[in-house]
Design a binder for this molecule. Structure first.
Ligand code: HEM
Length: 275
């Protein structure tokens, strides 16, 4: 910690003396010799390179002078070659080429290490079909019901009106755990989890949590790499006088009933107060 000692008024450090036997003139400071030790090699090599470049540039300048003189005299001349020391312009094309090669290398490395050109990253944006406009159809409920995989037809399901081709999904095949979603719009079941009793698009009385669950599944289908939106289903309007589908969980069903009754009471109370 010699510098600490020096700061506190102690003895300054001994000056560095380069006493190595192999020395050459310092390329940067005139009249100074520096050792050829390996730490100095990059600087010495760079100086050598610069000297070489300057010599090439001087030779080119001489050629140019002769060339220009001939031109001025009207003598026939060969076209002047470009200055070999001129820095190479990369330009937009060079930049694009660089990024293209970079992407190809990353994709090949992905294939080598993970078996996937995209490093197992899956998104619709990497699917060609995302950019090909699909033929969107308007389905009636009875037409949608036909797309259940029977007779070689594809598997379609609807969620809150949007119809998707889910033929590539294992779970939707006949006998699969989610086959019940096929051929219908069971939007309510996506939010409540009542797969048997809520196969309906009726969303009345659903809690915020259930609606958030439904929104999640809507996003799931919209962003899925294998499922394609094929159209919309046209539902007949829901009669508000019909009862709201009961929850499959008895506790939640009871809570919903109590909430409904409390709302009704509140409504009649405020109507009385108005009179
Ligand atoms: C509100 C509740 C739930 C909904 C709406 C729901 C919905 C779904 C849907 C739509 C799929 C198919 C995804 C795809 O296209 O690949 C799926 C797959 C799956 N779900 Fe659920 N799920 C629910 C709850 C559960 C629960 C509680 C379990 C576990 C006990 C579960 C286990 C699975 C399994 C194992 C798969 C994969 C099936 C396969 O690919 O064969 N789900 N779920």
């Amino acid at each position: 910690m010699s510098w600490i000692g020096e700061l506190s008024g102690g003895k300054p450090p001994e000056p560095y003396i380069d006493d190595s036997p192999n020395k050459v003139p310092d390329p940067n400071i005139p009249n100074r010799m520096v050792s050829t030790k390996s730490a100095n090699q990059p600087f010495l090599a760079y100086k050598e390179y610069r000297v070489d470049q300057e010599a090439k540039h001087a030779a080119w300048l001489e050629k140019k002078r002769v060339h220009d003189e001939k031109v001025a005299k009207g003598e026939p001349v060969e076209p002047l070659e470009p200055d070999p020391t001129e820095p190479v312009e990369i330009g937009l094309f060079g930049l694009l080429k660089f990024f293209f090669i970079l992407f190809v290398c990353i994709a090949l490395a992905g294939k080598f290490f993970t078996g996937s050109y995209t490093w197992d990253y899956q998104t619709r944006l990497l699917q060609l079909k995302t950019f090909i406009p699909q033929n969107q159809r308007l389905f009636s409920e009875s037409l949608l019901a036909k797309y259940n995989g029977e007779d070689g037809r594809p598997l379609y399901l609807a969620i809150d009106g949007d119809v998707y081709d889910v033929s590539k999904g294992k779970a939707y095949q006949p006998g699969g755990s989610y086959h019940h979603f096929v051929g219908t719009d069971a939007a309510r079941a996506f939010g409540t989890g009542c797969f048997q009793t809520h196969r309906t698009h009726d969303l009345r009385g659903m809690s915020d949590r259930e609606l958030a669950g439904l929104a999640h599944w809507k996003q799931f289908y919209a962003n899925h790499k294998d499922y394609v939106k094929v159209g919309r289903v046209n539902h007949p309007p829901i009669n508000p006088a019909t009862p709201i589908p009961e929850h499959c969980d008895p506790k939640k069903a009871q809570a919903a009933k109590e909430e409904e009754e409390a709302k009704k009471k509140e409504k009649t109370k405020s109507e009385h107060e108005e009179l």
